[in-house]
Design a protein. Structure first.
Length: 149
C-alpha cells in the first residue's frame, strides 16, 4: 500500500500551516517554497482541504490559509480521506464495495484485510496534527509557541 505525493504534500501543508500560523494567514507560495511542493498542485490540495472544513482561506492582500479548527482536532485520517477517499488496503474491505466481491464468504484473506484496515485506521484516526507538530518541534529542537484554547 503506497500513499502518493498528494497525501504526503497535503499532510505536510497542514503541518506547515499549524507551525507557521500567527497573526496573519500562511500564504500558499510560502508553504510551497518551504515544503518543496509545486504551487499549482498545492493550491488544488488546499482547495479540497478548505471544502472539507479542515482549513479556511482568507482573501485579499495578506490573505492565505489557516486551520479551521485546533490542530488537536484534525487527524491524519481526516486529511487522507479528504484527499483520496477511503483508506483501505484492498477494495473489498471498503464498506461501499463489499457487495462487489466475487469471493465474499469464501475468501480466507478477508479477516487479514479487515484487521489491516482497522490497524491503519487506528493509527491515522488517533494521530493529530498537533502530535505531528510536536514531533517536528522535538526533532528540530524548537519550542512550541502555539496556543491551544
Amino acid at each position: 500500500m503506497n500513499f502518493t505525493a498528494k497525501e504526503d504534500y497535503g499532510i505536510r501543508a497542514i503541518i506547515d500551516i499549524a507551525i507557521n500560523r500567527g497573526d496573519t494567514p500562511v500564504q500558499a507560495k510560502e508553504i510551497a517554497a518551504r515544503q518543496g511542493i509545486p504551487e499549482q498542485f498545492l493550491e488544488q490540495l488546499l482547495a479540497a482541504l478548505r471544502r472539507a472544513g479542515i482549513i479556511r482561506s482568507i482573501r485579499g492582500a495578506g490573505g492565505g490559509y489557516d486551520l479551521a479548527k485546533a490542530a488537536s482536532q484534525i487527524t491524519v485520517g481526516d486529511i487522507l480521506r479528504t484527499l483520496s477517499g477511503p483508506v483501505v488496503p484492498i477494495r473489498c474491505v471498503n464498506e461501499l464495495d463489499m457487495d462487489k466481491c466475487d469471493r465474499q464468504g469464501t475468501c480466507g484473506l478477508m479477516d487479514l484485510w479487515q484487521r489491516l484496515k482497522a490497524s491503519i485506521s487506528e493509527v491515522i484516526d488517533t494521530t493529530t496534527i498537533q502530535d505531528l507538530v510536536e514531533a517536528h518541534q522535538a526533532t528540530h529542537g524548537m519550542q512550541s509557541y502555539m496556543m491551544n484554547i
